[in-house]
Design a protein around this ligand. Structure first.
Ligand SMILES: Nc1nc2c(ncn2[C@@H]2O[C@H](COP(=O)(O)OP(=O)(O)OP(=O)(O)O)[C@@H](O)[C@H]2O)c(=O)[nH]1
Ligand SMILES: [Mg+2]
Length: 323
């Protein structure tokens, strides 16, 4: 039995091995993913983003609890864009979510990144597919807010939570980083600290001025939920909001639109990685490429004209057969 078949049976070890293969970009893992793909598309994908230390992992822990009470199965992907040498956040996530270490219906996985790049989103999307194929009802993706990266990860999610907390000056950052656009729900965590209500009010005010770029989602007004992840207060309401948002997406066509958007992004990613590795091999192999590179070095070709020649040659090999 192959890895993919075991994953479809919900085998955790097989899923873990497959995800490691995906991270290492092993060709075998990509083939297994191909087998899984028709079995995906059922899970609700929730992105959770916000500044370091804002309480995302603690919140994820609470959310798992609420979903489990509703008899829903959960997958968690903790993305750590910090240096692999610090390792702090990964360890932290493991410790904070260890409540569910023995629950077979909760599958938690950290994705170590080697610098933030498009590759991260690719590994995250593929990991989502694995958990989806395992039959997880909800998949939570925790990511640290670092600007561009979080916008990228937001595209992976059906529902995106932006977590803020009092006393961090986040209110201003929200506008700066264009976070307004990606938030489906705002979470003001650490509501036990003073100032939470004020942030909520500021967000509400900003929401009044927001325009939605997608007509199918223009009717959604992002909710603002106050939570206290250390005690679990607000977690039920947050799950309610998440369900409401899903319902809204399903009924209004937004889910289709988001998934189409994601499919395009995935397709582009697949094309890019194929083309990159193809040309990388070609350059390594030398041959005709070598002459072009030599011309390029001697300034006989510009980068653009050299690239065009190479691409023309490449596309002629892959021209579709017309009958
Ligand atoms: N007072 C208070 N502290 C909280 C709350 N939620 C989380 N914390 C604390 O905040 C600290 C950071 O929590 P994490 O859940 O690790 O935060 P995070 O956003 O996942 O952090 P990174 O993954 O490192 O970005 C921990 O010490 C938590 O106990 C809350 O609601 N109130
Ligand atoms: Mg964390």
């Amino acid at each position: 039995m192959g890895l993919a078949d075991k994953v479809l049976e919900g085998n955790v070890q097989a899923a873990a091995r497959l995800i490691t293969g995906i991270e290492d970009e092993l060709p075998g893992a990509i083939q297994e993913l191909d087998i899984l793909y028709p079995h995906t598309g059922r899970a609700h994908i929730v992105g959770i983003t916000g500044a370091p230390g804002i309480g995302k992992s603690t919140l994820v822990d609470c959310l798992i609890g609420v979903f489990r009470k509703r008899d829903m199965t959960v997958g968690v992907i903790a993305v750590d864009p910090t240096s692999p040498f610090t390792g702090g956040a990964i360890l932290g996530d493991r410790i904070r979510m260890q409540h569910y270490g023995t629950d077979k219906d909760v599958f938690i996985r950290s994705l170590a990144t080697r610098g933030w790049s498009g590759g991260l989103a690719k590994a995250a999307i593929s990991t989502v597919h694995v958990m989806d194929a395992m039959g997880k009802d909800v998949i939570l993706i925790e990511t640290v807010g670092t600007g561009q990266g979080e916008v990228e990860i937001a595209r992976v999610a059906d529902t995106c939570l932006v977590v803020l907390s009092p006393g961090t000056g986040d209110e201003i950052q929200v506008i700066k980083a264009g976070i307004m656009e990606i938030a489906d729900i705002f979470v003001i965590n650490k509501a036990d600290k003073p100032g939470a209500e004020n942030i909520a009010m500021e967000i509400e005010m900003m929401l009044g001025m927001k325009t939605c770029p997608h007509p199918s989602e223009a009717d959604w007004k992002p909710g603002v939920v106050l939570t206290e992840a250390i005690s679990g207060r607000g977690a039920e309401e947050l799950v309610e909001q998440i369900s409401k948002h899903r319902e809204f997406l399903v009924c209004g066509g937004g889910l289709e639109r988001r998934r189409e958007e994601r499919a395009k992004q995935e397709l582009m990613g697949a094309i890019e990685s194929f083309v990159r590795s193809y040309f990388h091999q070609e350059i390594e192999r030398g041959g005709e490429m070598e002459k072009l590179i030599a011309d390029f070095v001697r300034r006989k070709e510009s980068p653009h004209s050299a690239a065009m020649k190479i691409i023309r040659q490449f596309t002629s090999q892959f021209r579709p057969v017309t009958s």
